[in-house]
Design a protein around this ligand. Structure first.
Ligand code: MF3
Ligand code: CO
Length: 266
């Protein structure tokens, strides 16, 4: 069942999404080699709670941390830990909040300086594919139109692997609502989009082959070939002629640019 949101509800969801953006931007300011991903996760929990919100990932289906921090060949759902970040690490940070009962859930991938050229290209192509998907999130289109746009840009135009096992999703009072939003598929397939539907669109793109596996911890998803993977996620509201992006990369990108430990010019 797809749950369409009222304008008032969408404004509340914007606040939830923006709190995630704010959280990710605070993390972007302090990212550097030598800090542990567990330290980052603790900070994420603090920032979210300081804003009268709840970290929504914690205890979701038993997930044991505030955030997912996925480094290099970890695609998504990486456990924060005592391992220290190193130069050139590719760090996807995915965080979720519940604020006034509404979920925000979005993600950004950072690269510690100095990124390799092929990593820069993967970052650029994946981020661009997210916006190409968002362009299709308009009323009357299908989830398959979003999926096709992302797959076209990443897999067919650039030769990357599109992860099939994990998908984007509707968002609202629940973290995962209908419809599923895959990153691969045929135009005109899937569910028809209605105005007021809020979606988390989240391409997970592998530099090499698309195949992934889940570790014995039941969560950590890695590329089978050990090559890196990049993940970007926005929360968007479906509208008649142009999707409304509820989350905001601007503060994150500003922090990324001003942090000398991060590579941003990709
Ligand atoms: N963005 C991820 C998703 O939509 C976050 C969920 S991670 C979990 O699946 F820990 F909450 F499961
Ligand atoms: Co999500």
């Amino acid at each position: 069942m797809m749950i369409v949101k009222t304008d008032e509800q969408v404004e509340q969801m914007r606040q939830s999404a923006l709190l995630v953006s704010k959280t990710l931007s605070e993390i972007a300011k302090i990212l550097k080699p030598g800090i542990t991903t567990l330290y980052i996760d603790d900070l994420i929990g603090q920032i979210i709670r300081d804003h009268q919100a709840i970290p929504s990932f914690l205890n979701y289906k038993g997930y044991p941390f505030n955030s997912c921090i996925s480094v290099n060949d970890v695609v998504v759902h990486g456990f924060p830990g005592k391992n220290e970040l190193r130069e050139k690490d590719i760090v996807s940070i995915d965080a979720g909040v519940i604020l006034n009962g509404w979920h925000g859930d979005h993600a950004y991938t950072f690269v510690l300086s100095d990124a390799d050229d092929e990593v820069k290209r993967l970052m650029r192509v994946t981020k661009d594919s997210l916006y190409k998907g968002i362009e299709k999130a308009i009323a009357g289109n299908y989830t398959g139109d979003i999926a096709w746009a992302i797959q076209e840009h990443t897999e067919r135009k650039n030769g990357y692997g599109v992860v099939r096992e994990l998908v984007g999703h509707g968002l609202g009072k629940n973290l995962h609502e209908d419809p599923q939003v895959p990153n691969y598929g045929k135009r005109g397939s899937g569910k028809k989009l209605k105005e007021g539907l809020v979606l988390a669109i989240e391409p997970m793109i592998n530099m090499g082959k698309r195949q992934v596996y889940t570790e014995d911890d039941g969560w950590t998803v890695r590329t089978e070939d050990g090559k890196p993977s990049v993940h970007f996620e926005h929360d968007v509201c479906v509208r008649k002629s142009k999707a409304d992006i509820l989350s905001n990369y601007q503060p994150i990108e500003a922090a990324e640019k001003s942090n000398p430990n991060l590579f941003w010019n990709y």
